[in-house]
Design a protein around this ligand. Structure first.
Ligand SMILES: O=c1[nH]cnc2c1ncn2[C@H]1C[C@H](O)[C@@H](COP(=O)(O)OP(=O)(O)O)O1
Length: 197
């Protein structure tokens, strides 16, 4: 989905627009897959009720609450944890091309591995679990010898512009090297095109 980058301030001055706020929780890890492949970072997304991948969050009404406190409220419902989101966690704001009149604000928050594990545990007993949220998933950031890993993950279906939000966060935060990220995107796009034929 094509979307146009604007500032948070421009977005907040728009009339008649809805505001969606979503967040990528991430952190570092020493864990090795099969005891040898460094996973390096933990990045959380979620499987939504509609079978699409996306980030925790939802619609916020800036007339009644700040973007950050609205996002914290959504996180509480979806993940069952009290997380303080601050303006410094804001990464980007985009005008969605679909649906019309929607602005997507995207936040990222770095946490320790232990904190991320607590979020994962709490999410299983959160009120939205099994309803709006089918479960949290970790994004595989590595590429296996057979090409699987990140590229296979990117071949799934994503809600709205969440796939481009993920790619932009991975680039901006340097969680995957430029070379590996471009290779994974190219491989995923080829696979998506061949499925579409
Ligand atoms: O992760 C996302 N990134 C960007 N846009 C998203 C993401 N998840 C949903 N959306 C879009 C889809 C909808 O048009 C709005 C609000 O969706 P949702 O998160 O389902 O919000 P509510 O639970 O309905 O408040 O954002």
């Amino acid at each position: 989905m094509e979307s146009k980058e604007i500032t948070k301030e421009q977005a907040l001055s728009l009339k008649g627009y809805k505001h969606a706020c979503h967040i990528m929780l991430y952190g570092d890890t020493d864990a090795k897959l099969f005891g040898k492949i460094p996973t390096k970072h933990i990045v959380l997304m979620q499987m939504r009720f509609d079978g699409l991948l996306g980030f925790p969050g939802g619609l916020v009404n800036p007339g009644q609450e700040s973007l950050e406190s609205g996002l914290s409220r959504e996180i509480g419902e979806e993940l069952g944890v009290a997380l303080c989101v601050s303006p410094e966690d804001h990464l980007s704001t985009q005008l969605a091309s679909s649906p019309p009149n929607l602005v997507c604000h995207f936040f990222v928050k770095k946490m320790t591995e232990e904190e991320l594990r607590e979020v994962e545990k709490a999410a299983v007993v959160a009120s939205d679990h099994g309803l709006e949220v089918m479960g949290l998933v970790r994004v595989p950031l590595f590429t296996l010898r057979n090409g699987g890993g990140l590229s296979s993950f990117l071949s799934h279906s994503f809600i709205g512009n969440s796939r481009s939000q993920l790619l932009s966060a991975l680039r901006t935060l340097g969680l995957v090297s430029h070379h590996d990220l471009e290779a994974a995107v190219t491989r995923a796009d080829k696979s998506l095109h061949s499925k579409a034929r």
